[in-house]
Structures are given as structure tokens and as C-alpha cells.
Ligand binder design. Sequence first.
Ligand SMILES: [Zn+2]
Length: 396
Amino acid sequence: MQTQRAYYDIDITRESYCAEIREIRVLQDTVAVMLDKTIFYPEGGGQSGDRGTINGVALVDVQEKEGEILHLVSALDGARLELGPAVLVLDMRRRRDFTVLHTAQHLLSGTILRLTGTPTVSMHLGDELCTIDVDTKVFPEETCIMVEEAVADAIEGDQPVIIHHCPPEKVSAFPLRKVPPQGEAVIRVVEIQGHDFSPCCGTHLASTGQIGMLRILGAEKYKGMTRITFIAGRRVLRDSRLLRHNGELSSRGLKVPVAETGKGVLALLEKTNQLERTIKVLEEENAGFRAEALLRQAVPHRGEPALLVESIPDAGIDEVIRIGRAAQKLSDALIVLVSPRDVKFAAFCSVKGVDIRPLLKGNMEAQGGHGGGGASFFQGTFPSGAALAAFVDALP
Ligand SMILES: [Zn+2]
């Protein structure tokens, strides 16, 4: 059924509109409400559908299919609606957000074309980020800044946005930035005076000043082109607030001014890397000392090779392995070191031709442990301290 389209002409000061529910169509997972006239923009032209309520029932989407406008609500909510008078309330904040972004996108694409000759191939306006894909492999930071500044000039110039309705045979009179849709009785051309002509069915501001601000957040290579991410309007305000908040947290932590937090973080990272390198050297040194002390006091079990079993209660398995590796260089014994803290063990033997696995694997598995390794290094973990103790007791 045909719905009169009033979504381009809404008055932002008005809270609600009256219409009539003409049909309620039950679909697979949702219910489609058909109205005699609507203020809700259906998804199209890269802009998502409006949100709002019909008689207090929340819209989950608005779609256009084969010329019909489907106001989609959940199946549960749909059961509450009936034919007859309807009060339509538009989520004005969301509509405004997308209208700003859509107009900003025209201005951005028009400006990039004018300054660099690069056309926009596709666009996406999302709930978080908006992107355009432009047909070039290279889009350096200087170009981003140049484009941002030119867009800011156009916003300050508050250029009017003019909507033209034009029959297809006369559309070539406009210097359009992209190819107009085929098969339309009337082509809707959106002009940003002095900047851009584009065929478009989306919602747009009355002038560029209402965009407020546009920021390019990044330009990265994407499928042989460049994907430019941008925000506009109040999203810039929210982004700036978030960055300032993070900047102040960093500034306090680093004890440098907000403007120098980037340099501060790099300096901190360099310092941390140096400390990590120093700690590694000290850990190796310490493991060497502990290995020497361990070999001095431990009495190996008789056998070939001799077996040496030690528990190291204050160390985790990483430190235990470091000590074991150091001890292995100083002794021909089969060394089994246990970390009761991590409920793990590691075993080492540097004697060539000796395979330590037969001595450990079956015993480990018999106690419910699991692990693995090679002929000269083996490690395992147990479900409990008691299982680990039983494993140690069962060693020869
Ligand atoms: Zn548009």
C-alpha cells in the first residue's frame, strides 16, 4: 500500500504527529505496520532507518520494499497495535545525528573530489563510526588536514543546502558527483551551494553551518582504495571529551602536561623495556646462584643417571625452569624440580643418549597429571597438591 512520505518535512519543535494504521502485517520474526503517512525515514542512500514509537510501541527498523514503507516492530509489541488512529513520535536526537552525518558526508566527498580529484565509491554511516571509500591508494596525513580545513571553511561559510526535484531527462544539467539512480520518475538532487551536487534520497540539513564540525579520524588502505573514517556534529564533541578525559588521566599518571602525554608514554615504554631487560639478566643470574646452592646441598638418589628431586616452595614454574636450566649445565643428574605453588614440575637431564620420559610420563598420568616434553626436558601439571606429592613419592 502507498504511504504519504512526510519524513523530509518534519518540524523539530513538534513532539508528535498523527497518522492512521492502515494495515498490520505479520512477518517471520517481526510485525510490519503500514501507515497512511509517515514521518519515519526508511533505510536507504547509506542512511539507516529512523527509530521512534507508534502508539508507544518502539520501532526496531523502518524499511522500504517494492515501494512500500514497512514500520517494523517486535512480534510481541505488534500484538498490542490495532488499526485506526496512531500517534507517531520520532527519535529526534538520532535523526538529527544521521542528518548531520549525511550532510557532512556530502561535503567531505565533494571537498575530496574538488581538492584531489578522487571520487567516493561507497559510504557507510554507522552508530559508532562513519566511513567513505575513496578511489585512491594514497591519502597522506597532509591531505587529511587540507581536506578537514577546507570542510571547516565551508561549515563556517554556512552554505545553503538546496534540494532540487528533477525529471531524469534534465538531470544532466547538474554537475553530479555520482551517477543518478535509474528508473526513477523524479531525481532528487542535493546541492551544497558552491561545493557539491549529488543525487540522494537521505535527510539533510538546511545549511552546512549546522554540521558544526567534521573530523577525519583516519585513512587506511582498503581493498585497493582508501577507507576514510570520520565523525561530525556532536560526535566530535563526545570524542573530544573522551580524549580530554584520557589525556588528563595520562597527564596525572605521567606527571607531564596533557599536550606532552604522547611523548611521556613513549618515554615510559622505553624505560619499561630497559627495566624488563635488566630484570631478565638479574633473573638469570639469580637462577644460577640458586642452582649452585641447590646442587651443593642436595643428595642425589643412586641410579644411572643419579636422580635429584627438590621442591622449591617460593618459586612459580617459570622460575623453577630457569633454576633447572642453570642446574642442568652444572650437573649430570636427572633433576626433577617441583613448584608446589603452581602444582607443577619440570625435569632436566643433559646426559646424551638418556631419555627421561619413561621415568616420568607413566607416573605422572597415573596421578591424573598431564604434560609433555622431550628426551632432556619434561614438564607436567597436576589437579591437586596431593596428586603432585604422590607423583614425587612414586619416583625411584
Ligand atoms: Zn545524502
